[in-house]
Design a protein around this ligand. Sequence first.
Ligand SMILES: Cc1ncc(COP(=O)(O)O)c(C=O)c1O
Length: 463
Amino acid sequence: MHIVRIKGTTAAEIAGSVRDQVASGELAPQAGLPPVRALAAELGVNRNTVALAYRRLVEAGVAETRGRGGTVVAAVPQLAREGVGAGGDCVDLASGNPDPSLLPDILAAARSGSYSRPLYGAPALDAGLDAWARADFAEDVDHAFRTLVTHGAVDATERLLNAHLTRGDLVAVEDPCFLASIGTLRLSGYRSAPVRVDGAGMRPDALRAALEAGARAVVCTPRAHNPTGAGLTEERAADLRAILTEHPQVLVIEDDHFSAVSARPYHRVTPPSSARWALVRSVSKFLGPDLRLALVAADADTTARLEARLSAGTTWVSHLLQHTARELLMDPRVHELHERAREFYARRSALLVGRLRAHGIDVPYQPDGLNVWVELDVDGRATVAALARRGWAVRPGHLFAPDPAAHQGAIRITSSTVTEPQAEEFAAELAEVVAELRSTASTADAASTADAATGPPPSRPGH
Ligand SMILES: Cc1ncc(COP(=O)(O)O)c(C=O)c1O
């Protein structure tokens, strides 16, 4: 009954044959591989041999298991990204972007100061930027660390995970979670262990459960959590640290992406006993995402692994970008701008939360950062679609769920550029949309209850 011509008598040969067929296009993405039993019979091999071949293909990311649906050829994952904003004339409360008017002039900074055109062989780090980073990290890290620069936080997280983990490893991530982390996990073949977040960040019981389930890495946002805006309190950070102390080999990545413009202090999650850790500070939110630059403090072994990956890949982060970041970070006017940005972002999210509450939408705590997360008792996708028809773009909560079945009733609203009239108008319209969806749902419920009460139509005699 065979559809594909898979050959081989060993697991390696069978897996190789499948890979050849995927490469030639004979097996298309999502095509089902033959059932293990059938292929084993056809090739005259033990079932375990085929099962092993399929397992290797899954581990290599060539195939994926669908439970009872068998094993299928993996497709290139479709990943949700930040920055997807308003289509048409919608007001953009979806993009997750910083307010461009609160970012400094990058071009002017690139032209200022001295830039020496480094050639191959030059040190990877700009000395001035490195000195700034060391002083910044020294305020928050009280044990030995080394510094380096990456192409942003997402790049740092991916390289850090790849430096220490292998496909199939379990990674504890916040639930809900930053979109790019979900994408990184999927692309690299890691499994996610979702750790529920409340107003004070990762919940200790959930982190403990993830670690006990075998998580080999934890990615934690200490403040301005995206999408919820949660920030660790001192007590919560201490609780998480205590739990992580029991797992010194687990890689701890702290993604402090909102550092300079956060309304909250940084509370450290990494215990001094952690053997593998990194504190990542992207400049995207306060110097601009186009610098593609993040500063990283990490233990010596992790830094060496990260450096090795950088030099084998993009070699170094352009000194032109490092120079520009250094000029900006050392400029007192940029620090004044950051103070303004911190106030503006806090004021705008408070404004939006205030208007939402005034219209009866429950926002459980005051968020920090660029977004407000709302959990509704109606469908998030339907809410997003109804808001789009009224001219508002926001994002549905399920996109931020490590387990895509979760957060079906949530939406994320970007508050970074919201004005007072927009906040009022949006909150009023969201309340209307929710009321409409509730009444549609209760009408549908009433209809199905009536159907259940009357039962199926009686079958006619003789049929
Ligand atoms: C949690 C989190 N980390 C990091 C970033 C920034 O990443 P990058 O430095 O790669 O621009 C963002 C941007 O939205 C974010 O929300």
